[in-house]
Design a protein around this ligand. Structure first.
Ligand SMILES: *Cc1c(COP(=O)(O)O)cnc(C)c1O
Length: 334
């Protein structure tokens, strides 16, 4: 990802923190493409990044930039993957990491953050409650508040997904890109990346952006369908795709703007459909998606079923993390 440093907020490539970030593969899903009746369905597999999720992109740039600016400590709320990624990059950069995690976020990501030396505060409630607690800790201790969309740099890191898709596909983008949306950093980041590449004359046609959410927490879908320009709080949010468990995305306005500018849409997927899509993709294509990635594939399937895509459509789906972070229960596979 550091190959794009001229379009990133670093003053020099020497400021990079290298944990072995790779250009993540784009993998064909021929069986699923046939089932959906589209000409091409691919998945960009972000599970191979350091710390096993695409949160590594935001953490790499966010922590590198914090170090460049002389920062020595940050605090952030997280459902898990962001906290794990930021903890490891912070260890590498010798910056103190403090993360605030809701009690029901997965234990594996909490353990990763602790392993990397972060201070972990566990709070009852949702990521919004963790956000309030992080804000208080920042004010009390003078730590930098690295909450999603309160600091500007992780968005810049997420742009590299968009740069890679463009470069890997020889500057011809797919017809639609389906993104499992929580706080929306990746979605807004890809849109920013492509807009910048278009300004540079490297792209002309941009894809439709499609936000996939769980029906258990779908504030973006509700706001999109209601024609609103920001998101209301989703009450009693509940989804096993924990990266999508963001009941009140701070950047709702930016997400909705990107969806509309791209002629895209937002789709809610039932929890059962996420589970069965994960199982089906494992068996039909040999690919172990995380539930968030499975949600995006299931959203593509729903839209294909409703006739949104033509037979020549070329669809790309993001798998945002490694399936191994969510050990499947034996009972789920029967
Ligand atoms: C954080 C996360 C998401 C959602 O990403 P946003 O940029 O917050 O929308 C999706 N999948 C996984 C695995 C995540 O960790």
């Amino acid at each position: 990802m550091w190959r794009y440093w001229e379009l990133l907020p670093l003053t020099s490539p020497k400021a990079a923190i290298d944990l072995g970030e790779v250009m993540t593969p784009i993998i064909e899903l021929p069986c699923l493409a046939a089932e959906l009746g589209v000409s091409r369905l691919t998945v960009k597999d972000e599970g191979v990044l350091p710390t096993g999720s695409f949160k590594a992109r935001g953490a790499a740039i966010g922590v590198a930039r914090l170090r460049e600016l002389g920062g020595s400590a940050f605090v952030m709320p997280t459902n898990g993957n962001a906290g794990a990624a930021w903890a490891f990059y912070a260890a590498r950069a010798r910056i103190a990491a403090h993360v605030v995690i809701p009690a029901d976020a997965p234990l594996i990501t909490r353990a990763e953050a602790i392993l990397a030396g972060a201070t972990v505060t566990v709070v009852p409630g949702s990521i919004s409650d963790a956000g309030r607690c992080a804000g208080e800790l920042a004010a009390e201790n003078g730590w930098f508040d690295a909450s999603t969309f309160k600091e500007p740099y992780r968005l810049e890191g997420k742009k590299t997904i968009g740069f890679e898709i463009a470069e890997q596909r020889s500057w011809r983008l797919p017809d639609a890109v389906v993104y499992p949306t929580g706080g929306g950093v990746g979605l807004v980041g890809m849109w920013k990346a492509w807009t910048e590449l278009r300004e540079l004359g490297l792209l002309d046609r941009l894809p439709q952006l499609i936000a996939a959410q769980s029906a258990g927490c779908a504030p973006v879908v509700r706001a999109f369908e209601a024609g609103m320009d920001r998101c209301d709080v989703w009450p009693d949010a509940m989804t096993h795709a924990f990266g999508l468990n963001v009941p009140h995305p701070l950047a709702g306005a930016l997400i909705l703007k990107a969806l509309r500018e791209s002629n895209g849409c937002a789709v809610a997927v039932d929890e059962d459909a996420i589970v069965s899509e994960r199982l089906h993709t494992a068996r039909a294509e040999g690919l172990h998606l995380c539930p968030e990635g499975a949600c995006a594939v299931a959203a593509a399937r729903m839209l294909a079923g409703s006739g949104r895509f033509g037979g020549s459509a070329d669809i790309l789906v993001l798998n945002t993390g490694s399936g191994l972070k969510y050990p499947p229960e034996a009972a789920d596979q029967a």
